[in-house]
Ligand binder design. Structure first.
Ligand code: ZN
Length: 320
């Protein structure tokens, strides 16, 4: 069972709210924390195997890659790469964005989904507001090698489930030193975290004729929540490097509200389901698609942290 903070309203609870007709002028984020709901058409089948297939094999937005060591140093910071890629490829509905290091032993493609950035923000906000369930981090950053290889960071991240012990894992290649190498270190970031959610996301084989290695590193929301905490702790100590090199987009208040509305104020009309009213709740692939549709229609800076546009603190975004 989920902890209260992570519970979504059930279909019955949503139906007991006041119905508002969906129109182009209604922004779903305005419904968050309200006693209203709306209905929009489903974008993808309710069938779990189709939902899964989209999340694993759907189109991706590739951040600019470096194809030489020299160019690795010249790549812009991740937030700029995201802005560029998201605004350039607005027409594409994706299942994730991706980056890939040019060097190092682990050159697997790293994939990040927008829903996981939202869920990561939610878990981070929960832990900041619940002293007994705080994310704990320990940055091993004293060795000289850290300037070259980034820091190892040990984390304990709480579970969203009641009675579950939470997760202990470590990140490697976390840039914490302000030097030129930080530009290549962030691309190598990875962790030894495992959970059912991540295992399931990573479990896939590419289509037979694909040129890419089928194994990817798909970050999950536990890792993203942990990375947000690393940013937070480092900023408190006056170190901006983990923030500057952060590869996980940080939602603005309106993006948080949009996703909260998908949890509590939006139903999908889906003709393929057996229920009489043809209404169902959005699942993960539905939410990912709706988030990318929103990316297509809005400037990046309205949706994700960019250039000090965020008002207030991420940890307070979920309060009513
Ligand atoms: Zn996880």
């Amino acid at each position: 069972m989920k902890k209260t903070f992570f519970k979504e309203d059930s279909i019955g609870e949503i139906l007991s709210k006041e119905f508002v007709l969906y129109s182009e002028n209604l922004h779903l984020e305005e419904l968050a924390h309200s006693n209203s709901y709306t209905v929009i058409p489903a974008r993808i089948s309710n069938d779990d195997s189709i939902q899964r297939k989209f999340l694993k094999h759907g189109p991706e937005i590739a951040l600019e890659r470096a194809y030489s060591i020299g160019y690795s140093f010249e790549l812009d910071v991740p937030n700029e790469l995201c802005k560029l890629a998201f605004e350039e490829e607005r027409k594409r509905i994706s299942c994730a964005y991706s980056f890939k290091p040019y060097w190092g032993l682990d050159r697997k493609k790293r994939r990040v989904s927008l829903v996981d950035c939202f869920l990561g923000a939610k878990l981070y906000a929960y832990s900041e507001n619940n002293p007994e369930d705080k994310i704990k981090i320990n940055i091993y950053g004293d060795s000289l090698r850290v300037a070259k290889e980034g820091a190892n960071v040990f984390l304990e991240v709480p579970s969203t489930q009641e009675g579950s012990p939470g997760y202990k894992f470590s990140f490697v290649f976390v840039p914490i030193v302000d030097n030129q190498l930080k530009n290549k270190i962030w691309q190598q970031v990875s962790s030894n975290h495992s959970c059912q959610y991540k295992y399931f996301k990573g479990l896939k084989y590419n289509f037979f004729n694909s040129l890419e290695d089928s194994s990817t590193n798909d970050f999950c929301f536990h890792e993203i929540a942990g990375y947000y905490k690393i940013i937070d702790e480092s900023l408190k100590k006056g170190n901006r490097v983990p923030f500057e090199m952060n590869p996980f987009v940080i939602p603005t208040k309106s993006t948080v509200d949009f996703n909260l509305a998908l949890e509590n104020n939006v139903l999908l009309f889906d003709e393929t389901i057996k229920e009489k009213n043809k209404l169902r709740k959005p699942k993960i692939a539905d939410k990912e698609i709706l988030n990318w549709e929103r990316v297509r229609k809005n400037p990046y800076r309205n949706l994700f942290f960019y250039d000090r546009n965020n008002k207030g603190k991420l940890k307070d975004y979920f309060k009513k």
